[in-house]
Design a protein around this ligand. Structure first.
Ligand SMILES: [Zn+2]
Length: 346
């Protein structure tokens, strides 16, 4: 190996490398060429390995030539890289272009279930009168569900509530939200203004107006000097807020073991407004809830002195309220989760 041979090899490498770089189609090809030519085990290093066999005087000259080749190759790589890089970027921008005219994917929007919506409406209206929502258990004991509410085990009124019992003796699925009255009275002192919404269960055949599972909203007010007039005034306000101003209302006698006197609360028919139609059974009135003055026995069971405190309670079905409000004729629709029904409330 002599100086001339080495220089010729280097020149051959230069022209071959530059030709390859100019012909490289893309960034990946350029990267592998760079390794192949200038890398630690590359062609330039391979040629320079012969430098050790040269006389000491020739070595710097060969080094200088190698340096210019390295610089030329690096410059060529940079130029070509810029050229193919720009083309690649343009191509990518074209393929990844966002078509802003494409219609968006629709987002399915949920809405409140009509039972929940009705309960929220009821709670909103009564909260304006200071009523606060409380919770009580769905699995209740017989004592609180019946006995404390003035319904002893062999009381004929038990027939009003066909009960679903659980395996644990003495326990059942609450048949109404009224046991919440006892729990609230035991937990706090008057003045009490409690609203008790929740799910109830009865062993009933399911039809258009009965379900084995339904919601109820119970209300309880206890204070000194509470009267039936207070109850009537409050329920009038509720009926007007829920069904519209100027709606006429009335009390009819009713019966519950835990209230005395007991009343049914009617609002004038939302369909015919009074004259009578099939929706109201030709009576001109629709019953929206049951209510009454809390029975002294129930007050005492709640730990309150009936000589000092009086109270009223009311209970309503939010589904019934919703049915009256929206003209829905079948209670089963509330439990079937048919989107065609539910979407109408979106
Ligand atoms: Zn009517």
């Amino acid at each position: 190996m002599d100086f001339a041979q080495l220089t010729r090899d280097l020149e051959a490498l230069r022209s071959e490398a530059l030709a390859q770089i100019v012909a490289a189609p893309d960034t990946a090809a350029l990267e592998s060429l760079e390794v192949e030519i200038l890398g630690k085990k590359g062609r330039l290093t391979g040629i320079l390995r012969g430098i050790g066999a040269l006389p000491a005087d020739d070595r710097p000259r060969v080094g200088a030539v190698a340096n210019t080749i390295r610089q030329a190759v690096e410059a060529a790589l940079r130029d070509r890289s810029a050229a193919v890089g720009g083309a690649e970027l343009r191509a990518r921008l074209l393929t990844e272009r966002v078509d802003v005219t494409t219609p968006g994917r629709p987002i399915a929007r949920g809405s409140l279930h009509p039972s929940i919506e009705a309960m929220a409406d009821i709670a909103r209206i009564f909260s304006q009168f200071g009523f606060v929502v409380h919770e009580s258990p769905e699995v209740e004991d017989d004592r609180t569900n019946f006995q404390m509410l003035n319904i002893p085990p062999d009381h004929p009124a038990r027939d009003l509530w066909d009960t679903l019992y659980v395996d644990q003796p003495g326990y059942l699925l609450r048949t109404h939200t009224s046991p919440g009255q006892i729990r609230v009275m035991q937990a706090m002192r008057p003045p009490i203004r409690a609203l008790l919404p929740g799910r109830c269960f009865r062993y009933e055949a399911v039809d258009a107006s009965h379900g084995f599972e339904f919601f109820q909203v119970e209300g309880l007010m206890v204070d000194e000097g509470t009267t039936l007039g207070d109850l009537k005034g409050l329920l009038d306000q509720f009926a007007r807020a829920m069904f519209g101003a100027n709606k006429r209302t009335r009390f009819r006698p009713g019966y519950y073991p835990f209230t005395e006197p007991s009343v049914a609360f009617d609002v004038e028919c939302l369909v015919c407004g009074g004259p009578g139609c099939p929706a109201c059974g030709r009576s001109g009135w629709m019953t929206i809830l049951g209510a009454g003055m809390v029975h002294p026995v129930v007050l005492r069971n709640g730990g309150l002195d009936p000589e000092r405190y009086q109270g009223f309670a009311f209970g309503m079905g939010p589904e019934r309220i919703s049915m009256l409000k929206h003209g829905i004729t079948d209670l089963r629709l509330f439990m079937e989760n048919d989107l065609r029904f539910l979407e109408q409330f979106a």
